[in-house]
Design a protein around this ligand. Structure first.
Ligand SMILES: Cc1cc2nc3c(=O)[nH]c(=O)nc-3n(C[C@H](O)[C@H](O)[C@H](O)COP(=O)(O)O)c2cc1C
Length: 327
């Protein structure tokens, strides 16, 4: 996820049971221009493997060159984004914009498959809008290019994040006898029960989780535990929450440097501390302090002051990002 799935975030997801991680999407044009921001997003680490690097673009040559650059960083797979709905991407012929031109999508995918020795996967949506839900045709044609798996977010581009994800079409793709590559379902999974229910009902090979992991990386281990035992893990204790928050902060400092690391970490505290009563003052300190030691000290105070606090199992609230991205 853009501005979310950076190495510090991926590290805490990995610690808490994510089986496969992806980088945020990276512009192919940025990579070939050698833009620092794009290059930095290629950073992957051994401890997070298996990890996929995701690229996007609307030009065959650029995508092919970007694929070669990705190759050199040695991820486990290379993913192409044909799902991003935001105007600056989709309306410039990349991301979900490519769903309007399936022959182009196939040429772009073909160019990537031919330029890399890595397994190539694709992430996309059901179609551009309600009148053009072409994922069944798209899936067959993508498979024919040689991709190794397909992840489908059960919404159209014009839906952005509105309404509920429709997994019935994802299931139709999965149950198409011509389809033999793994199909990953995506959209609105926010609890272990829903993950298991959707996996069984729609028969997908894997489940991809986005928003539910933001501030709650424990979702992964909770799902695995529920799959294996049919039982719920207790919610993470205050000690675990603070430990994960600290690790996220320390990894951010390490990877982004002190200024950006501290600034960008500020958006995460609210999520990590959700459910704690009278937390406002502490939160204010966390988002205003500038020294790592002071922030770590506040986190330690929270840990000791809320020691033994019994968290309730509350539903994860999935933010409706379409308001932010509306065209
Ligand atoms: C902030 C944000 C950034 C995202 N960035 C990406 C991205 O870079 N690549 C991608 O494939 N999907 C991206 N997505 C979409 C998610 O991967 C996922 O398809 C979508 O959120 C629906 O799944 P969910 O209900 O589990 O969140 C992003 C979503 C959010 C909320």
């Amino acid at each position: 996820m853009e501005d979310v799935s950076d190495p510090p975030f991926r590290a805490v997801c990995k610690d808490n049971g994510a089986h496969l991680l992806y980088t945020e999407f990276i512009s192919s044009e940025g990579l070939i221009r050698d833009a620092i921001k794009s290059r930095k997003k290629l950073d992957i680490f051994d401890y997070e493997k298996p990890v996929g690097i995701q690229i996007f673009g609307g030009d065959e040559d650029s995508l092919a060159m970007a694929a070669k650059i990705v190759d050199a960083t040695n991820p486990d797979l290379l993913d192409i984004n044909f799902g991003c709905p935001v105007k600056k991407v989709a309306c410039r012929g990349a991301g979900a914009g490519v769903l309007k031109d399936v022959p182009l999508m196939i040429r772009l995918t073909d160019a990537v498959v031919k330029s890399t020795s890595l397994p190539v996967t694709v992430k996309t949506r059901l179609g551009w809008d309600d009148d053009s839900k072409n994922i069944e045709d798209v899936a067959e044609r993508l498979q024919d290019t040689g991709i190794k798996a397909l992840a489908i977010h059960g919404r159209t581009r014009t839906q952005m994040y509105k309404g509920e994800a429709d997994w019935t079409l994802i299931a139709r793709v999965k149950n198409n006898p011509r389809i033999h590559i793994p199909i990953f379902g995506n959209g609105d999974i926010d609890s272990p029960q829903k993950a298991v229910e959707y996996k069984e009902r729609y028969g997908v090979d894997g489940i991809m989780i986005g928003r539910a992991a933001i501030g709650y990386p424990w979702i992964f281990r909770e799902i695995t535990h529920y799959v294996e035992t049919g039982m719920h893990l207790p919610p993470p204790s205050i000690g675990e929450r603070v430990a994960v928050c600290k690790k996220h902060l320390l990894k951010s400092l390490e990877w982004k440097g002190p200024v950006v690391g501290i600034n960008e970490m500020r958006r995460h505290y609210t999520n990590y501390l959700k459910g704690l009563p009278n937390i406002k003052e502490y939160r204010l300190k966390l988002v205003t302090l500038k020294e790592p030691e002071e922030i770590l000290e506040v986190l330690d105070q929270i840990n000791s002051n809320y020691d033994g606090y019994e968290f309730e199992r509350t539903p994860i609230h999935l933010i409706n990002y379409h308001e932010k991205c509306a065209v």
